[in-house]
Design a protein around this ligand. Structure first.
Ligand code: 13P
Ligand code: SF4
Length: 304
């Protein structure tokens, strides 16, 4: 089968089975094209909870599939590439969070959605890059224990000086690898381009940006802006995605290092085989973990 034949088969089988395919915007183009929904981590789980499909295939990383399962416990949720896990989600263990809670007893524990469901059970509220500022701002507590992304935490701390944002030393290995010198060199090469940056990047990069936002916010900004050229400061696939969506504009990646190898583990044949029951892993969460983690996600939905 060639790519197009396999895509056609996937579209046929998923319709026949009433299966919903979710693709994070970092997925490869051939997967984006067969997905029912494409978006950021938060948008996808909301879409999944609204669909009437009984089975959902998540093309992304494990914490995303877990979030879908928590919000849609009656659905069968399949992670297309079982070994796809966000390294940031594993950076801190629940016991360490418990220790920090003892150290800062009056702090609200805010977890980035890029965390395991186990970790969410010991946190108060989740945030995504799209909702983090709004949610932290709305909390009555001054002291915020923000885990695990130090860069997103610093971005929030700088925007909300009235809050005391306590951070740990976690973060995305790809976004945080970009250096100021690299960013300055790309800006110099494309002086008319707007620099759009994900807040998982270091402060020194965020400071150079014309716009800072989540995957979806970056895509929206590029679509609505009058500018013709953009440097995309997030995973490489977003520059490619935008180049397909807006062929009359130009998109340059901020750095060739911005490749999330975990997000790239899903292939089109994986999705095909998932539909045939020959690949993927069904997400099963124990009832207590799911229930406790859901509180943290529900609080995000309530405040966001
Ligand atoms: P978004 O919530 O912006 O999709 O980010 C998820 C992620 O993993 C970014 O690296
Ligand atoms: Fe995790 Fe970074 Fe990959 Fe996003 S890009 S899934 S934060 S490792």
């Amino acid at each position: 089968m060639n790519v197009r034949e396999m895509q056609d088969e996937i579209l046929r089988i998923k319709k026949e089975q009433n299966t919903c395919i979710l693709a994070h915007a970092y997925q490869a183009r051939e997967i984006i094209e067969i997905a029912d929904f494409v978006g950021d981590s938060f948008g996808l789980s909301v879409e999944a909870s609204k669909t009437d499909a009984k089975t959902v295939i998540m093309c992304g990383v494990r914490f995303m599939a877990e979030t879908v399962k928590i919000l849609s416990p009656d659905k069968k949720v399949i992670l297309s590439a079982p070994n796809a896990g966000c390294p940031m989600a594993e950076q801190i263990r629940p016991e360490e969070v418990m220790k920090l809670k003892k150290q800062y007893p009056d702090a609200k524990v805010v977890a980035y959605i890029n965390t395991t469901s186990e970790l969410k059970t010991v946190c108060d509220v989740c945030v995504t890059s799209a909702s983090a500022l709004k949610i932290v701002e709305s909390l009555p507590e001054k002291n915020i224990l923000f885990i695990p992304d130090i860069n997103l935490g610093t971005y929030i701390a700088d925007k909300l000086p009235e809050k005391n944002v306590i951070r740990i030393n976690g973060g995305c290995p790809y976004h945080s690898s970009v250096t100021r010198d690299e960013a300055l060199a790309v800006k110099a090469a494309h002086p008319a381009a707007k620099l759009l940056v994900h807040p998982e990047c270091r402060k020194e990069i965020v400071e150079l940006a014309d716009f800072i936002g989540s995957t979806t916010a970056i895509i929206k900004y590029a679509k609505e802006s009058d500018a013709k050229e953009f440097i995309i400061g997030t995973e490489l696939s977003i520059a490619e995605y935008l180049q397909y969506e807006l062929p009359e504009k130009r998109f340059y990646p901020l750095s060739a290092k911005l490749v999330c190898s975990e997000m790239k583990l899903t292939t089109l044949p994986d999705v095909f085989l998932c539909l045939k029951g020959m690949a993927g892993e069904e997400i099963i969460l124990d009832a207590e973990t799911a229930e406790k983690a859901k509180k943290c996600i529900d609080e995000m939905l309530r405040l966001g």
